[in-house]
Design a protein around this ligand. Structure first.
Ligand SMILES: Cc1cc2nc3c(=O)[nH]c(=O)nc-3n(C[C@H](O)[C@H](O)[C@H](O)COP(=O)(O)OP(=O)(O)OC[C@H]3O[C@@H](n4cnc5c(N)ncnc54)[C@H](O)[C@@H]3O)c2cc1C
Length: 441
């Protein structure tokens, strides 16, 4: 009888796992996918919001692809319980499914600020396609939009909201924007830039309630004036979708605890993506990254292991890159490590900032900000990511970089970082795709 793989969650991690099982397996297995939503990429939702892509383009594995892979699907269904003794999953319609091994790839869900009125109609989250449809339908040119929370997700949709012709206010409880992505200098530069581009920014603002006022929303704050808006978007954090696993015996902290093969404490149960606490490449510690590249790498590694290969997961790099109003903002790795040796350079007149964090001779974290129109900003984003990701020794270049953190290129080229990054995929194969394009995963 063929091995029965049960994949729970059809997002980035789940679909990459399915693709990899089919690529890596020796004998054809049965793959069953249960997913509350059809497979699509959340990361492209900002482009759906500003109408640069149609809804049909957000999907990652349409029915034809799933059929070509020979996947049995239960779409629009949730797994509500896992019985690890009998190897059975129960769905929300009462169906039970037996498996030989199973992948938990249920991702995460948005969390709203715990204030009265947070669940009123017209107060949106922006995490799912359904929520994106709701936001798109509610914004018209001239709409007053308030975004509560100035973190990474808010910043991914900021350009799209402006492109729809809305007037945007961002409020943030922390003293600065992007508190989990850049340091205070970076946050201050981003705020100034946004204000210069017509966005109202209010940081250090504690929202206390939201009320309906004749179809509009009134937002009240502790110690700062209220705001009346047409549309409110809450981007106040996410939590892993783990509740359904309670009592199953699968061990979790912030995410499902996994070993170096991305296996949970239960031998035939794996976890991947936002819901898994995998290894962080820089710290070596378990971490929930909740970013696309980590979900993709987890999916590839898990898929190979489910297909019978022995692939150890080396860990993923935390990567945050956004572009707002033509300002590139990025941070990599341990950008806020207090133990690292940090150097920074600021060219305020050009809104250009670099911060490099060294641990010994290795670059273990970096922050970069600069106008997208400056070609060296865009180039340096890629080079700094490469230097952190490769973990290459920069002994020969460290003094130069410390004196001039803007001059990254010589170190990148002379250290042959590209060659270190490209030779093999996370599955340990030569990174040779069909054609001449090397692939990283
Ligand atoms: C607007 C937006 C922009 C983003 N931009 C970026 C970016 O620029 N860069 C970046 O790195 N990351 C970005 N992300 C984050 C990225 O999309 C996630 O990290 C990624 O989707 C995680 O993949 P995943 O497979 O773990 O989970 P998901 O993609 O969330 O997939 C989980 C799947 O599981 C299903 N599911 C949940 N519970 C159950 C259940 N009980 N039973 C069955 N199915 C279930 C869900 O419906 C979903 O289909 C963005 C996210 C959003 C919302």
């Amino acid at each position: 009888m063929p091995t029965r793989h049960l994949i729970i969650g059809g997002g980035t991690a789940g679909i990459n796992a399915i693709r990899t099982i089919r690529e890596e397996e020796r004998d054809r297995s049965d793959i069953i996918l249960v997913s509350a939503e059809k497979p699509y990429s959340r990361m492209v939702l900002p482009y759906y919001l500003d109408r640069s892509i149609a809804e049909s383009h957000v999907y990652t594995a349409a029915a034809a692809q799933l059929a070509a892979w020979g996947v049995t699907t239960h779409l629009g269904r949730r797994v509500t319980a896992l019985d690890i003794k009998t190897n059975r999953a129960t769905l929300d319609d009462g169906t039970t499914l037996e498996y030989d091994d199973c992948l938990i790839a249920t991702g995460s869900a948005p969390v709203r600020a715990p204030v009265p009125g947070a669940d009123l109609p017209g107060v949106h989250s922006f995490w799912t396609l359904e929520e994106a449809r709701g936001v798109l339908a509610s914004i018209t040119p001239g709409s007053q939009v308030v975004m509560v929370g100035a973190g990474f997700i808010s910043f991914t949709i900021l350009n799209s909201i402006l492109a729809l012709g809305a007037k945007l206010t961002i409020v943030e409880i922390a003293p600065r924007v992007l508190p989990r992505m850049v340091d205070p200098t970076g946050g201050e530069l981003v705020e100034d830039w946004l204000r210069a581009h017509g966005v109202t920014v209010r940081s250090g603002a504690r929202l206390t309630k939201i009320q309906d006022v004749k179809g509009r929303k009134r937002l009240t704050f502790a110690g700062s004036p209220e705001i009346v808006a047409d549309v409110v978007i809450m981007a106040t954090g996410i939590k892993t979708n783990l509740d359904w696993l309670k009592g199953s015996g699968v061990v979790s902290n912030r995410g499902v605890v996994v070993d170096e093969h991305l296996r949970s404490n239960v031998t035939n149960v794996y976890a991947a993506g936002d819901v898994a606490e995998g290894r962080d490449l820089i710290s070596g510690e378990a971490a929930v990254h909740a970013i696309e590249p980590t979900a993709q790498e987890h999916g590839r590694v898990v898929g190979a292991n489910m297909a019978g290969k022995d692939v150890r997961y080396r860990g993923s790099l935390i990567i945050n890159i956004v572009e707002v109003c033509h300002l590139d903002v990025a941070s990599f790795g341990a950008w806020d490590d207090p133990k690292a040796e940090a150097v920074s350079g600021l060219k305020r007149e050009r809104t250009a900032y670099r911060k490099l964090l060294f641990t010994g001779d290795r670059l273990t974290g970096a922050i970069i900000l600069g106008p997208s129109a400056d070609i060296w900003t865009t180039n340096d984003v890629g080079m700094l990511k490469g230097l952190v990701q490769s973990g290459i020794s920069l002994a020969r270049f460290k003094d130069h970089l410390k004196k001039n953190p803007f001059d990254v290129k010589p170190a990148f080229i002379a250290s042959k970082t590209t060659g270190r990054l490209l030779p093999e995929t996370v599955l340990g194969r030569p990174s040779k795709a069909p054609g001449d394009t090397p692939v990283a995963v």
